[in-house]
Design a protein around this ligand. Structure first.
Ligand code: ZN
Length: 169
């Protein structure tokens, strides 16, 4: 089932999500719907809060469904270490049509739980590191535009306000 993706301005996107504490059929259903929604968007990552489910949960697939082994369910991630820096264009399904260069760590090690509650240890670099940072930010109520300079952030906010006024947001 496709779920509606919340857009910038929705209060949920500013709130920190709660840990996932159930690993059962209910979680499987949520993940199935999130995955379908992520692929349809299309996107490489979707945090549960973006579909109004305030859990520390994200689906990630850098191949957008092309390669089975790229798909990941990430519950309750914890950043164990970060290294280096990368600056690249970043977008968000909740802020469609906007993208800006964001500084992120180049490499990171993340501990998380998978769909069954088993421990995952992810050694990520490049785009995967960027994507994990982005999704973990969502779980803490942070959007990529919060990581921009005030000038750039306000520019985007003003454009979104204009779109909202004309009913296009
Ligand atoms: Zn996002």
């Amino acid at each position: 089932m496709l779920l509606p993706i919340l857009k910038y301005g929705a209060p949920e996107l500013k709130r920190a999500s709660s840990p996932v504490d159930f690993f059962n059929g209910q979680l499987e259903r949520i993940v199935r719907n999130m995955t379908e929604t992520m692929y349809a968007a299309p996107g490489i990552g979707l945090a549960a809060v973006q579909v109004g489910i305030e859990l520390r949960l994200a689906t990630v697939d850098l191949s957008v469904g092309e390669e089975k082994d790229q798909f990941m369910v990430i519950c309750n991630p914890e950043v164990l270490s970060v290294e280096g820096e990368q600056k690249c264009e970043e977008g968000c399904l909740s802020i469609p049509e906007f993208s800006e260069a964001v500084v992120r760590p180049r490499r990171m090690i993340v501990k998380a739980q998978d769909l069954h509650g088993d421990e995952l240890r992810i050694e990520a670099d490049g785009l995967l590191a960027r994507c994990l940072c982005h999704e973990i930010d969502h779980m803490n109520g942070v959007l990529f535009i919060d990581r921009l300079s005030a000038l750039k952030r306000n520019l985007i906010r003003n454009k979104i306000r204009k779109l909202a006024r004309s009913g296009e947001w």
